[in-house]
Design a protein around this ligand. Structure first.
Ligand code: SF4
Length: 236
């Protein structure tokens, strides 16, 4: 039987970013990622040093946990990571859908999976230069192809600096039909360290002023709501 490698399952809470910001959500965070972004805020789901904390769970066990956390009341289940696209979520999505749950997935767009077409929302989050990673646009295109007309597919880009901003503009030009969400990067990713609300606000303001000054009116600029509310605390 297929086992899913799970770093944590938590909620209900709200989605803190992107197209579903504010949406009541249970998160299924997978363990393992094919990237290693310099500013990753989920290293406990990426770094293999944490692999002994990742549970090998059957689809039924994951579903039972999601159902329990949500009290059997349908809501959005967000598949995140790590990179959830490493694993096979088709059975979980099929199970949840029979009970009216909705599924979203957030991935960098490096691995395409057939189950993308069964999602309600697919958030592709290509990583800008400050991450230290290089986007394989052919792989990204394969993700779009796999999703087809199934989910609402959007692009979300984190911006840390001018170079990221220019890169995001080029990515937007490449995919003009994809709704685009921008968010300022959070440089404090250590969960034991407090975040400074003024710094978060200043970075958001910087990004808002840039897009408006440039007359770039297609993206939506959003904060990371969960960071404003809970800092870098895990499992909320
Ligand atoms: Fe972390 Fe996401 Fe980058 Fe993976 S793709 S290393 S989870 S920020």
């Amino acid at each position: 039987m297929t086992r899913l490698r799970i770093a944590e399952i938590f909620g209900p809470t709200i989605q803190g970013e992107g197209a579903l910001i504010g949406e009541p959500t249970v998160f299924v965070r997978t363990g393992g990622c094919d990237y290693r972004c310099s500013w990753c805020d989920s290293l406990h789901a990426v770094d293999t040093a944490y692999r002994h904390d990742w549970a090998a769970m059957t689809t039924d066990a994951v579903w039972s946990r999601v159902r329990g956390l949500s009290g059997g009341r349908p809501l959005t289940v967000s598949l995140s990571g790590g990179n959830p696209a490493i694993q096979d979520f088709a059975p979980l999505i099929a199970l949840g859908r029979t009970e009216g749950y909705r599924f979203a997935c957030e991935t960098q767009g490096s691995i395409a999976k057939p189950w993308f077409s069964e999602l309600d929302t697919l958030v592709l989050s290509p990583k800008p230069p400050s991450s230290g990673e290089t986007v394989d646009w052919a792989a990204f295109d394969a993700c779009l192809l796999a999703a087809g007309n199934g989910p609402k597919t959007v692009m979300k880009i984190v911006i840390f600096d001018e170079r990221d901003y220019a890169w995001a503009r080029a990515a937007a030009d490449r995919y003009p039909a994809l709704p685009l969400y921008l968010q300022p990067g959070n440089e404090t990713v250590d969960p034991t360290q407090p975040v400074d609300p003024q710094t978060l606000s200043d970075r958001l303001l910087w990004l808002v002023e840039k897009v408006t000054a440039d007359g770039w009116f297609t993206p939506r600029v959003l904060p990371q709501l969960h960071v404003l509310l809970w800092g870098n605390k895990r499992g909320v």
